[in-house]
Design a protein around this ligand. Structure first.
Ligand code: ZN
Length: 177
């Protein structure tokens, strides 16, 4: 056994490689599949997805699984509902009289809309309709689902102070304003 010596100056040209950490901007290509292999979302053929890590732009498990990854790194992982969009909550299903809806609104099963609340828009999906009532489900459409992701990191950089203040990414792949 002998120790390999690093030649003097050999590390001088080495760049510190950025890895994904809290409050950094990450750009990723990804494919999301259900456990049966059906693809529910993918960035394939599109621009990469950019997000500010740790600012609730992504589901929590997704960020946890790619922490520490560097550009070029690929990771695959499976998220149970508790680490993705949450469990399906029966309490988030409500039966509402038809006359609570504006008359021009199409009341059909499968229609998704957003209720205006003082905390912003709250999306829901109509799951049943009868002559008097409409059943609406406020669960996220992905609630209760186990999701599998294949991710490739294409960019990692520091966030600007402005991005941190706004809580989202600016420039390519982000907000333009
Ligand atoms: Zn902004």
């Amino acid at each position: 056994m002998h120790t390999r010596r690093v030649r003097k100056g050999a590390l001088r040209g080495l760049n510190m490689t950025s890895v994904i950490e809290q409050h950094m901007v990450a750009g990723v290509h990804y494919t999301g599949t259900f456990p049966d292999g059906e693809v529910f979302d993918s960035s394939e053929g599109r621009d990469a997805l950019y997000f500010l890590v740790g600012h609730r732009q992504m589901i929590p498990g997704f960020e946890e699984e790619i922490m520490g990854a560097a550009v070029g790194e690929k990771r695959e992982f499976t998220l149970t509902p508790d680490r993705a969009y949450g469990e399906h909550d029966e309490g988030a299903i409500q039966v509402v009289p038809r006359d609570q809806f504006p008359p021009e609104m199409p009341l059909e099963v499968g229609v998704s809309m957003a209720a205006q609340t003082d905390k912003g828009p709250l999306p829901f999906t109509i799951t049943a309709v009868d002559e008097e009532n409409v059943t609406v489900d406020f669960n996220h459409q992905m609630a209760g689902k186990t999701l599998r992701f294949s991710v490739e990191v294409v960019e990692v950089r520091d966030a600007t102070p402005e991005e941190l203040a706004h809580g989202h990414v600016h420039g390519p792949g982000g907000h333009h304003h």
